[in-house]
Design a protein around this ligand. Structure first.
Ligand code: XBP
Length: 250
């Protein structure tokens, strides 16, 4: 098998954490700070064009210019709200399930000795909390590298976070595949040389995934087959053998 590692994105790929987690946590942080801002599902979808929670909040303030809001320390303000949002996020993740097929594929990889890695724009504490709460308390140790948040200077679509993961894995991009859910994530992984499977969700279904080797609605389960949206995959759920085949593609 040419495949040596699977590199997973987190938000929207492992679980629907954007709509039901980060968005709600931001709204709770705004409320706790006495701010009247509330991001609807649709508005948050537009804000997702900016990767990174701190960057997204700063972009909102700078572009929407919410009335009545002023600060002499925007950096400090963003940091404080983001910290509070991180705490609220922890309260929410217990109720957000893994997406179909995620646990199965991770178990299959572990049983076959295929290594696991994470490459996410999300912060490390949020990522660890999701893994320990929703996947398994020991699951952080299943991943050779959890590359998260501010460990690289530029977020997706910059490939930096994927280069960081590959360096720690000490593998070439040709020996791994990435699993992503967004156009930004796909651009990042592809720029790092990785063949990429995309599992779309409601926020990303209309994005441009022409760079992907295959696109599905989710990883699928034997009792819950995936829908193949682009590319060629055999069977009805995404297996390690499919990942290996993607790895071999030009
Ligand atoms: C998605 C992101 C993150 C989350 C919020 O990351 O852009 O910023 O929305 O997380 P990915 P933080 O799809 O790469 O997992 O607030 O911790 O940044």
């Amino acid at each position: 098998m040419g495949l040596k590692a699977l590199i997973f994105d987190v938000d929207g790929t492992l679980a629907e954490t954007e709509r039901d987690g980060h968005r709600v946590a931001f709204n709770r942080a705004f409320q706790a700070a006495g701010l009247p801002w509330q991001w609807s599902v649709a508005e948050y979808g537009r804000l997702l064009a900016i990767s990174g929670g701190k960057e997204r909040l700063r972009h909102y303030i700078e572009t929407v210019r919410p009335s009545g809001f002023e600060t002499s320390d925007l950096d400090g303000f963003v940091k404080d709200i983001h910290r509070a949002k991180g705490q609220f996020y922890l309260d929410l993740i217990g109720s957000i399930p893994l997406r179909p097929g995620v646990r199965r594929l991770i178990n299959e990889a572990r049983a076959a000795g295929v290594r696991l890695a994470i490459a996410t724009t999300s912060s490390l504490p949020s990522t660890l909390a999701l893994l320990t709460t929703v996947l398994d308390p020991d699951s952080p140790s299943w991943f050779d590298i959890i590359a998260a948040g501010d460990v690289v200077p530029y977020k997706k679509p910059s490939p930096g976070i994927y280069y960081h993961a590959l360096t720690h894995l000490d593998l070439s991009a040709r020996e791994c595949i990435a699993i992503e859910d967004t156009h930004h994530g796909l651009v990042a992984s592809t720029r790092a040389g990785l063949r990429t499977l995309v599992t779309v969700n409601d926020y990303t279904i209309d994005q441009d995934f022409r760079l992907a080797k295959a696109v599905v609605n989710n990883l699928g389960e034997p009792e819950q087959p995936f829908e193949l949206l682009a590319g060629e995959l055999t069977g009805q759920w995404f297996k390690l053998a499919d990942a290996d085949a993607l790895c071999d593609m030009r």
